[in-house]
Design a protein around this ligand. Structure first.
Ligand SMILES: [Zn+2]
Length: 410
């Protein structure tokens, strides 16, 4: 069995991490369409070229290296090379560099392929402009109207950020990868959570990506003087929230699965003064599960419980559903293949869902798609001390290699 060279992966990951690296806090600042991000894209194009892949940058800023000239559907592998502010060196970058290393290993071992392989470093996965631009463009999940309106937190328009680097946003619509010319899509990614480490497993064979709903909830009571309003005559919005927070575990026990998550991530008390009974609380609920019916059960239970609590505390209850993203499933052929390849290398593994979104979720709609996880030390990600042990990187990359060879040969 051929093996990847983890030394080459390490070398390239560190070299890539220099783009946007902050010496003070050791974080990577490679947000999409910044100077650092674009310099990294040019570096990747050169590296592809040097290693015998034919590089191109599409209209969305995706960098793609093609190996093999046969006119047949492509086996694609990759991930993103943009980062969050103060990100780590593995998130996204691993999927691109390990993909490249797989191609190098195929080349060095003279393995003959029947289908071409393309390695992609996608653009703007971390959502600076509120989406996953690169993979949405590749899979045809984008509209011109959205492109024209998308802006970041500082009010900078996507189209202007692109224009700063000589990219015309109309070009995004040309990045679409004809689905008939796509055989499969594979992504190797760090887990970004604590499960693999806790379970002492090397490989996460991902079944799918959890669906997500986001609500904005408002409980309205009455703002009163904190000294003069008797405890039994208040309509305290915060007490309603506190009661609900206590019910979350029960909602999951009754309606959810071990894959369910419910989070209150943002809370705003009004008026928010120490000496005033809070007359209103606005907060978010984000719920996730891998099964859409379970998501509906969770959402219904949240609504029921909030109504009951509102009555108890004399509050008005309103909510708005801001988004509902359905779960995405990896194809069973590829999931089984990843499992088989992992077993035949004698690596430990578990089947698991992905709680976070990834590039591959858009590919599930148009081609056979698989996602491989390797452990994150301490579950840490999106932070400078994000780490994955090199032995796990080597093993995850070997699984990716075996799958790529299988998919790219008849
Ligand atoms: Zn990522």
């Amino acid at each position: 069995m051929p093996n990847v060279s983890v030394e080459r992966i390490e070398r390239d990951l560190f070299e890539l991490s220099r783009f946007g690296f902050n010496e003070t806090n050791k974080g990577v600042y490679r947000q999409s369409f910044t100077e650092a991000d674009m310099a990294a894209r040019r570096w990747l194009m050169e590296l592809f070229e040097k290693e015998g892949l034919t590089p191109r940058m599409d209209g969305a800023g995706n960098v793609i290296g093609r190996y093999g000239s046969m006119d047949k559907p492509v086996v694609m592998a990759g991930s993103h090379i943009d980062s969050v502010p103060a990100g780590g060196i593995f998130d996204g970058a691993l999927g691109v560099i390990s993909g490249l290393e797989c191609v190098r290993t195929i080349r060095d071992n003279n393995i003959q392929l029947d289908y071409p392989i393309e390695i992609v470093g996608t653009s703007e996965e971390e959502g600076r402009f509120g989406g996953m631009l690169g993979s949405q463009a590749l899979t045809g999940n984008i509209t011109l109207a959205w492109l024209e309106n998308a802006k970041d937190e500082n009010g900078i328009f996507l189209k202007d950020a692109m224009a700063d680097h000589g990219l015309d946003y109309h070009g995004v619509m040309h990045a679409y990868h004809d689905r008939n010319k796509l055989k499969a899509f594979l992504e190797l990614h760090v887990e970004q959570g604590p499960v693999l480490e806790a379970e002492k497993k090397t490989i996460g064979v991902v079944d799918g990506i959890s669906g997500v709903f986001k609500w904005i909830v408002r409980l309205i009571g009455k703002a009163d003087h904190a000294g003069t309003a008797p405890m039994n005559m208040r309509s305290d919005a915060f007490l309603g929230l506190a009661d609900f927070a206590h019910q979350i575990q029960r909602i999951i026990d009754e309606e959810g699965t071990e894959k369910s998550r419910i989070t209150i991530g943002h809370v705003e008390l009004k008026p928010g003064f120490p000496h005033t009974v809070p007359g209103e609380v606005d907060f978010t609920i984000v719920g996730r599960d891998l099964d859409e019916d379970v998501m509906k059960g969770l959402a219904n239970a949240c609504r029921r419980v909030l109504s009951t609590i509102a009555r108890k505390h004399r509050l008005m209850f309103e909510y708005e559903e801001m988004s509902w993203l359905e779960p995405k499933y990896c194809s069973s052929n590829i999931v089984n293949m990843i499992e088989q390849k992992t077993k035949s290398r004698d690596y430990s593994y578990i089947r698991m869902p992905s709680g976070a979104g990834h590039d591959c979720q858009f590919f599930t709609e148009i081609t056979e798609t698989g996602l491989i996880f390797v452990p994150s030390v301490g579950g840490v990600s999106h932070a400078p001390d994000e780490w994955t042990h090199w032995i796990d990187i080597e093993r995850g990359s070997n699984v990716l290699l075996d799958c790529l060879i299988d998919l790219a040969t008849d």
